[in-house]
Design a protein around this ligand. Structure first.
Ligand SMILES: [Zn+2]
Length: 316
């Protein structure tokens, strides 16, 4: 019997990753390449086509690729499959990505925001499996988010729903790339960990971090696990600020589960207690007690699996 398979891709400003995925979420084959930096959308579409051909040729002969889901680092018009705004890939702005790729590859194509896709992936096969209302937060260079409420991903009329990273937690705080100040992204991302560690160094002359030349989020975490007071303070701030933002979301959305992923979630042991304390302190008692705050399970594959899930839904 012929087995249905979909292609799924995670398209970011640095890497383009793709996989052939079966209906159980099994990754049959993976391919990846650097995202072309010529800022020419034709070249980017060609890269996608080349990887899709590689995946198609690599899967067993009794499998057929029937649809294609893409998770893109962009604001999306989901219904039209159009890229509204991709800050790191401006060549895609306004492009009907779904229509362009359907023509090239010959299968239906869905396009979703990458953090929303990751929320869908974790909801399908990961930490929030089987849960109707969940929030996914990813802590990387920035803070991204995806929200699923009563089984439906929130996208909003302009595709910007779920931009958790730009919840204000410090009105007179650090300037953010979005034009506002004090966004949680400026306090709880991997970038923020390094900034705060740098800024606080002068108050901690004995910090282990002072002796190390290079400051990375991992160094700060390692120092914190060794009891370094500067590093512990950085993660206290990171967790507290994220907790302030999540307390608002708990009150507004009443989720069953909040899933936290991304590279900086590796600092979990150093920030989670402070995060939970802020949620308990600020949110209504009942939704705060209900909302389980847990780590993501799918790592880098959450977006690809969410995109695959959407492709299967489109087929159904
Ligand atoms: Zn912002």
């Amino acid at each position: 019997m012929n087995k249905g398979v979909v292609l799924a891709a995670d398209l970011g400003g640095t890497n383009l990753r793709m996989a052939a995925v079966d209906s159980d979420g099994g990754l049959l084959y993976r391919a990846s390449t650097a995202t072309p930096r010529s800022f020419d959308h034709g070249e980017l579409l060609n890269s996608i086509e080349i990887l899709s051909r590689e995946c198609n040729e690599a899967i067993p002969g009794d499998h057929t690729i029937e649809a294609f889901g893409i998770a893109a680092a962009a604001v999306i018009d989901f219904d039209k499959g159009r890229i509204r705004n991709a800050p790191n890939m401006p060549e895609l702005n306004g492009l009907d990505l779904s229509a362009e790729l359907t023509e090239k590859i010959g299968v239906p194509v869905t396009v979703e925001n990458d953090a929303t896709a990751a929320a869908i992936g974790e909801n399908w096969l990961g930490a929030s499996r089987g849960v109707a209302s969940s929030i996914f937060v990813t802590l990387g260079t920035g803070v991204g988010g995806g929200i699923i409420l009563n089984g439906i991903p929130l996208r909003g009329v302009d595709g910007t729903a779920g931009e958790i990273g730009h919840i204000c937690v410090e009105p007179a705080g650090v300037a953010c790339g979005c034009g506002s100040t004090g966004c949680v992204e400026q306090y709880s991302s991997a970038t923020a960990i390094m900034r705060m560690a740098n800024e606080l160094q002068k108050h901690y002359p004995d910090s282990l971090l002072k002796q190390n030349g290079e400051l990375t989020p991992l160094n700060v975490f390692d120092a914190g696990m060794n009891g370094d007071e500067l590093a512990v303070e950085v993660f206290r701030r990171m967790g507290s600020y994220l907790g302030i933002a999540l307390a608002d979301l708990v009150n507004v959305l009443n989720p069953e589960v909040i899933v936290i992923g991304g590279g900086a979630a590796a600092g979990w042991e150093l920030f989670i207690e402070h995060l939970r304390a802020e949620v308990s302190k600020r949110a209504f008692k009942q939704p705060a007690e209900r909302a389980k705050i847990i780590r993501a399970q799918l790592g880098n594959d959450a977006g690809i699996l969410g995109a695959a899930r959407l492709a299967f839904i489109k087929l159904a």
